[in-house]
Structure formats: C-alpha cells, structure tokens
Design a protein around this ligand. Sequence first.
Ligand SMILES: NC(=O)c1ccc[n+]([C@@H]2O[C@H](COP(=O)([O-])OP(=O)(O)OC[C@H]3O[C@@H](n4cnc5c(N)ncnc54)[C@H](OP(=O)(O)O)[C@@H]3O)[C@@H](O)[C@H]2O)c1
Length: 314
Amino acid sequence: MTATTRITTPFTAESTAAEVVAGVDLTGRRAIVTGAASGIGIETARTLAGAGADVTLAVRDLAAGERTVGDIVATTGNKQIRVARLDLADRASVAEFTAAWDGPLHILVNNAGIMASPEMRTPEGWEMQFATNHLGHFALTTGLHRALAAAGGARVVAVSSSAHLRSPVVFEDIHFREREYEPWSAYGQSKTANVLMAVEATRLWADDGITANALMPGGIRTNLQRYVTAEDLERLRAQSGAAGVSWKTPEQGAATSVLLAASPLLEGVGGRYFEDCNEAEPNQPGTRRGVAPWALDPEAATLLWQVSTEALAS
Ligand SMILES: NC(=O)c1ccc[n+]([C@@H]2O[C@H](COP(=O)([O-])OP(=O)(O)OC[C@H]3O[C@@H](n4cnc5c(N)ncnc54)[C@H](OP(=O)(O)O)[C@@H]3O)[C@@H](O)[C@H]2O)c1
C-alpha cells in the first residue's frame, strides 16, 4: 500500500459500531476510552467490550462512570470493565492515571472533549478547549507510550471533528492571548491538533508498532452541544454534509472510532483522517467534509509535538 492509497471500507455513515467489528475477537486486548460515560464514548466502550476487550472507562465523573460500567456489563456480559478517574484539564490527574496504569495497552481511544465553550482557562492560563481536547490527551498518550509499545501493534484513536476545517493550530497565539477569543475557532484549533498528534505519533513511534489515526464521528446529539443554541445546531447539521444527511445515532457515531480501534481493515495504517468509516478525501473549499491540508501537515505535526512537550514540562 502506498502513502497515497486512500483507505476505503465496505462501511458507510449508516454503519453501526457493532457492524464494523462483527466477528472481531478482542479477548486479551486492553483498551482505554476517555469520556466514556457520555455520548459516543459509551457506545465505543460498549462495542469494544462486546468484542471481548478489557475496557477502562477514563472519566472525570466517577459516579457516571460506575453507572456506565453497570450498563455495559449488563448489555455485553463482559465483566472486565472498570472505571478510573481522569480529568484531562488537570495535569496532576493525568499523571496519576498514567502512573497507575500497569502492563500493556492495546487500544487508546482519545474520545473526551468539550465544544465551543465560553472562554475558560486552566490554572496554567491555557485555553480550555486546547487544554482538554489536545494537551490532556497529549499528556495521556505520551504518558502511556511505554504501555502502548509493550502491546506490540497498539492503536491510538483521536476523535477529531470536521470542525478542524475552521482553524489550523495558530502557533503564534494558541491560547488566545493576543487575538479575541472565538469559541468555534478554539474548538477547530483543538480538533486540528488531534489530527496532527496522530500524524506525529505514527511517525515517531513506528518502531514500537504503534499507529494513530483521527476521525470525524459525524453529527450526533449528545451532551457535547451543551454550549450551543438550537439555531447554531441546526445550521451546523445543515453544513455537515450532503443534503439529506441527518443526525447519526450514538451507535453510528461510534462506528468510525471502533473501526480505527479494532478493525483488521486498518492493520498497519496510521497518520490518517477518516469520516463515515472511510479515509476522507481532501477538503474542497466551501464544503464541510474532507480533511484540511493543515491537519496532515508533517511540519506542523512535529512543531505541535514540540510545543506540547514544552508546555507540559513548564
Ligand atoms: N457529537 C457530535 O456531533 C460530534 C461531532 C464531531 C466530533 N465529536 C467529538 O466526539 C467526542 C465525543 O463527543 P460526544 O458527542 O460523545 O460528547 P459528550 O457526550 O459531551 O461526551 C464527551 C465526554 O468528554 C468528557 N470530558 C469533557 N471534559 C473532560 C475533561 N476535562 N476530562 C475528562 N473528560 C472530559 C465529558 O465528561 P462529562 O460528562 O463529565 O462532561 C464527556 O464524558 C468529542 O471529542 C467531540 O469533539 C462529536
């Protein structure tokens, strides 16, 4: 397969997570899903559990996490499901999580996120969407590098969004210190960062057998839209693809994540961006589909890795 061969699968926007891993046996594989007590994270975790994986739900709300464990055990019969506390906006919490992890990690689904929040900052002064969606997952993934390498063929899945089309990573002012804060630009920037991290992790960690890919899950009604008005939501849905495209169910929304996490069709594939269970085409300006050139730019990916490493070391 050459670098330019686009990866396609028999699956579509309508496929469910269960359909994309039908017949796949994940027994003996260990997986982490962040933000797994809400939205598409629940269905991602449920599907991996249903295929036999040992799944850790990494969540900031432990009570919600415990409820989700009960739900997943009841619906799949898999008892190897547990919850662990993880607040991606809190460096100490991420460090505690990674320090407590023991043994190999086969699948890491970086799913948690916030969208279009009002201006908020971490104690470090970092813009909250970048801190949560990117820096927290960067700290988590690099903190788990040894465990991923130990798995032999581990997969990292970055849940990005078509919103990455709204903004590259603006290295000159990532944290909106000079420019006026704009919630959607901040979200878009963080979602571009998710793709760039997959690109660089795949390059850096090739010798460890680790691959990382990014995806747009589709439009799914979840708690993610908590900061968004109903009018904004309808406008976004209308922009999200071809005429007639409607909201996906959570089971459909989890399909591309699960495909990247567990399908044999993705064996050895890394550094790419998918939507509707297939690798995306380059974005055509004026449309809300496809992947932006800035999200797959290897130089930006290397720079982001450096900037993120420095931020976390400070
Ligand atoms: N839904 C869509 O239409 C859509 C479209 C494109 C991309 N996405 C992406 O899909 C992913 C999942 O979204 P969703 O729709 O399932 O949203 P959701 O229902 O709001 O789930 C997001 C999860 O992230 C968790 N989270 C937020 N901040 C966190 C933090 N600081 N530390 C740990 N966990 C944190 C939330 O925890 P709490 O429950 O405690 O808040 C929640 O469990 C996100 O990355 C999102 O950007 C979704």
